[in-house]
Write a protein that binds this ligand. Structure first.
Ligand SMILES: [Zn+2]
Length: 397
């Protein structure tokens, strides 16, 4: 089959995730020219590109050179810190590029990476990843979020926000039982408003019911009418707080327009971890309850082969497979949590519709449960009307 962009390519008899029936897709010059309903077909299933809204391209793929396996988040932070002596320009570029290649090959078209920002000066990874963001445009739309310890905000928040705004990024912080938490979160919102920036938090990543940073973030978002611009990642502590408190919080989050990003793999790995003991608690935020309350819920990879999580391959479908099992999700109805919802939060549109770029993932599968059941089911990523396998240059650039 020729995939000349001047010719018409027809993908026949496919099911489209989120839609009923079967379709013939006519692709002309890289766009979906038409979607025609057909009575039947066995052409497999197509999904929108995936959007991975929470990764760490600065620390990724360092697992092979680390010594030790952490049992807590804070041990992981120390272990990751010990590797930073190796973070040269070349090392950062090579690891992040490898991660982007993996994500692209698996069908991810949008990604948001946090970048550690632990001192006032601009971190080298921020500079490198800003370069890579430009180089990868059109393949993986990369967004960068500054990840400050919340305690750095009073000292350096203003300078960080200014630089983040200049570079078109997102402002973020790590929030966990900080002193003066309300004041510091409020300062961060001030900076976001001044610079018109979206906010992305690592919040309450632990199993301590006293970790209540998310309450403050929701209240600030509501008070400032910052709806749709605030993303809370982790929220593990919500899994151990009283049911009615959580229910009220989630309803307030929905009204305020705060979205929740659940990171099931890293949380399951790091939470309630003790050598020789089977973990009872997995730290997965209450995603069913959140969605039922009207909160936008997304799922993302978080760490990948680093001090925080030794596994992963930037395959968001693999994360989804785990989330379906660990969170007991109905696989068909949660797919938007790795596709259209995170894409929109990152400012991108990835819907499969006439007139859109012919970017999608084709599975030789009957439905999404079939994909979940068969990890090795054939998957072909189409970008601009061409399967990536027919465009090896695109995969190796
Ligand atoms: Zn993270």
């Amino acid at each position: 089959m020729a995939y000349d962009t001047d010719q018409i390519t027809v993908v026949r008899g496919v099911a489209v995730a989120g839609q009923t029936g079967r379709y013939d897709l006519e692709i002309v010059q890289g766009l979906i020219a038409s979607m025609t309903s057909v009575p039947e077909g066995h052409g497999g299933l197509i999904l929108p590109l995936m959007a991975d809204a929470h990764v760490h391209l600065d620390k990724t793929l360092t697992q092979g050179r680390l010594h030790g396996r952490p049992n807590t988040l804070f041990e992981a932070i120390e272990l990751a810190q010990s590797d930073k002596v190796n973070w040269t320009r070349e090392d950062l570029r090579a690891r992040a590029t490898s991660a982007l290649k993996k994500a692209y090959a698996h069908g991810t078209g949008v990604m948001r990476s946090h970048v550690d920002w632990v001192e006032p000066g601009v971190p080298l990874p921020w500079e490198i990843l800003t370069e890579l963001r430009e180089e990868w445009r059109g393949r993986v739309e990369l967004q960068l979020a500054a990840l400050m310890p919340l305690d750095l905000v009073p000292e350096a928040g203003a300078a960080v926000a200014k630089r983040v705004a200049a570079d078109g990024g997102v402002l973020g912080a790590f929030v966990y039982r900080n002193d003066m938490l309300v004041t510091k979160v409020s300062q961060l919102f001030d900076l976001a408003e001044q610079h018109d920036l979206d906010l992305d938090f690592h919040v309450d990543e632990g199993l301590d019911p006293e970790a209540q940073g998310i309450d403050v973030i929701i209240a600030e978002t509501a008070q400032r009418a910052y709806s749709g611009r605030v993303l809370c990642g982790h929220g593990c502590a919500l899994s151990v707080r009283p049911k009615q408190v959580v229910q009220d919080l989630l309803e307030r989050a929905a009204r305020a327009g705060v979205a929740l990003c659940v990171l099931p793999t890293t949380n399951s790995y790091l939470q309630d971890a003790t050598p020789g003991r089977t973990p009872r608690l997995r730290g997965i935020a209450p995603l069913h309850e959140a969605r039922a309350a009207g909160v936008e819920v997304l799922l993302a990879s978080d760490n990948c082969r680093d001090a925080f999580y030794p596994h992963g391959d930037y395959d968001l479908m693999d994360v989804y497979r785990f989330a379906v099992l660990a969170g007991r999700l109905d696989a068909g109805s949660w797919l938007s949590s790795i596709t259209t919802i995170p894409a929109r939060i990152c400012g991108q549109a990835t819907e499969i519709s006439p007139g859109a770029s012919a970017d999608f993932i084709h599975y030789d599968a009957t439905d999404i449960d079939d994909i979940i059941s068969r990890p090795r089911v054939a998957r072909t990523v189409w970008r601009q009307g061409r399967p990536l396998s027919a465009d090896p240059e695109g995969e190796t650039k």
